[in-house]
Design a protein around this ligand. Structure first.
Ligand SMILES: Cc1cc2nc3c(=O)[nH]c(=O)nc-3n(C[C@H](O)[C@H](O)[C@H](O)COP(=O)(O)OP(=O)(O)OC[C@H]3O[C@@H](n4cnc5c(N)ncnc54)[C@H](O)[C@@H]3O)c2cc1C
Length: 274
């Protein structure tokens, strides 16, 4: 939301559909402030000044480094476990990689749909990074097997996944498991490196918003504007975050788009107040 439709130092063209919008192809490398404006610094040396900004820079999903896995993405290898993926799996057995809550929630959900879930964790203690209520459900579930100290070494299958080869990272023992889908939940890295100390981030670098951003502001070190009363506003007044980059967001296309629409409304409220 730039005040100036023709930013300095970047090529801009007027959007045909969004009247009054300037679409700029540029990488943002820094965030400053100047007289009540946010200042976005661009990689080519240009700047964009704006009274309000929506950060929607997304995240990079970590991938398993296993030969051949990319060719199976979208057909047998997934990074989300919703009704859609559950339907695609039918009743086939599946494997899930990851020891956090995302992996735990996917395990509990898929175990009620497929014939068997093999949960693979690199460490030994399932409770180390997963909430107790999920651990309890997983350990009780008759269609879940937890493979501890397990790492995937190979994936096999022509068009679709048929089998994975795993290795015990303590003993070196190898085993093969027949699964027709692999779900990967080994974390995501938000594109927030360029923000440095400009706004409050969570422990993993995702942008804190709404009430979650308040404690950071009260620490004093992030206090750059009025306290946000809006759910998508960051620790800095007039700076909003939407989609995958936002701490606690659902990490789905539909929710990212929905948050974008909500952010526009919250910006209008911000303008009315300020
Ligand atoms: C392999 C895979 C499969 C998926 N499958 C599904 C699915 O089936 N259904 C579903 O709902 N979701 C799926 N997701 C999740 C979905 O893609 C995301 O939730 C969604 O794209 C988030 O939208 P976003 O706008 O927040 O971020 P993104 O779509 O990641 O967009 C962020 C944009 O910001 C740009 N950017 C980043 N940093 C900068 C910078 N410094 N300057 C300028 N631009 C920058 C990036 O280049 C990118 O264009 C999948 C994700 C992956 C990785």
């Amino acid at each position: 939301m730039a005040d100036t439709p023709q930013p300095v130092g970047v090529s801009a063209r007027t959007g045909q559909k969004f009247t009054g919008a300037a679409l700029v192809s540029a990488e943002v490398t820094g965030l400053g402030s100047d007289g009540g404006h946010h200042v976005l610094q661009l990689a080519d040396g240009g700047e964009i000044r704006a009274r309000a900004v929506v950060l929607a820079t997304g995240a990079r999903y970590r991938k398993l480094e296993v030969p051949g896995i990319e060719a199976l993405e979208g057909r047998s290898v997934y990074y989300a476990a919703t009704n859609q993926e559950a339907r695609l799996c039918g009743t086939d057995p599946v494997a899930i990689v990851g020891g956090g809550n995302s992996a735990g929630q996917a395990t509990v959900f898929l175990a009620d749909h497929v014939s068997h879930v093999h949960l693979l964790i690199r460490g030994h203690d399932l409770g180390k990074s997963m909430s107790r209520y999920l651990v309890d459900q997983i350990e009780r579930h008759p269609r879940v097997t937890v493979h501890r100290n397990a790492e995937i070494r190979e994936v096999h299958g022509n068009k679709n996944l048929e089998e994975i080869a795993i290795e015990d990272n303590r003993t070196g023992d190898k085993a093969r498991i027949r699964v027709h889908a692999l779900f990967v939940f080994i974390g995501a890295t938000p594109h927030t490196g360029w923000l440095t100390d400009a706004i409050a981030l969570d422990d993993h670098g995702f942008v804190l918003t709404g009430v979650d951003a308040v404690p950071a502001r009260e620490d004093g070190n992030q206090r750059l504007g009025a306290p946000p009363s809006r759910t998508l506003e960051t620790s800095r007044a007039g700076l909003f975050a939407a989609g995958d980059v936002r701490s606690g967001s659902v990490k789905r296309v539909a929710s990212a788009v929905g948050e974008g629409a909500m952010a526009v409304r919250q910006i209008h409220e911000y303008f009315e107040r300020s």
